[in-house]
Design a binder for this molecule. Sequence first.
Ligand code: SF4
Length: 289
Amino acid sequence: MELSDNLKKIIKIINTKKTVCLLAPAFPVDFKYPDIIIDLKKIGFSKILELTYAAKLISIRYSKILKRLPEKQFICANCPSVVKYIENKYPQHKAKIINVASPMIIMGRYSHAEYPSYKTIFVGPCLSKKQEAIENHEVDFAITFKELQEIFDYYAEKKLFKKIDIDPKTVDFNKLYNDYTKIYPLSGAVAKTMNYKEIVEKKQVVIADGIKGIDLAIKKMEKNKNIRLLDILFCEGGCIGGPGIMSKDSLEVKKKKILDYKKECKKTPMGEHFGKFEYYKDLKLRRKL
Ligand code: SF4
């Protein structure tokens, strides 16, 4: 099989530099846990991080912003396609896009701070993250799950997998916090994880996915000034419906895979950060505007 020049370049980087894989939380839709961690190590990644730490930071920051600015309406900024869509189709609402960067960007900042000499490669279900990576310069590369599978297939065909001694019973992510934000690839996850109960009422948060859903959500927000937050994602069902996903399962089956993974992780130890949640140094959470 022949790989694209971009994937060849990424393979070269993985094999010649220290690298961090930032794995999007939609991975259980396409890959098994913990096999994915072993396979990523066998192609040469040095560290593998889940994006769920950034998701937790984001959910906490959203709550704080909504509490601090009770008169304002906000639009979630986690999805780069939503951000572009609002900027282009609804420029009158651009100022409502909350000033918090996406999980990929925040984990990129974390990774560069914690592992300064490492290259960071985001792997996820999303095509627009590629553009986001190019525009923000905070993640070195972004590829899709489909592209990761191409790399795995290439390694298998050329017999390039590294021989490493890993116990599948103990292998895990380079963890920060094993957390409820594992549901982030599902529509409505921001609202579910930001604990807004004492800040806004349920009816003041609109959850939507897909273009039609977004257009309807915008209309609702325009009509009802009491709406405080649009928790919206561009793909149907959220990131589990992203274009870089391989699975042809229904959204219900994909959702179940995410929820099963979350449940399974409750059984695994949380490592040195067990039970703790701390902000990492002075990690910046704002978007680059
Ligand atoms: S909803 Fe789709 S476009 Fe938006 S971040 Fe997720 S995969 Fe990317």
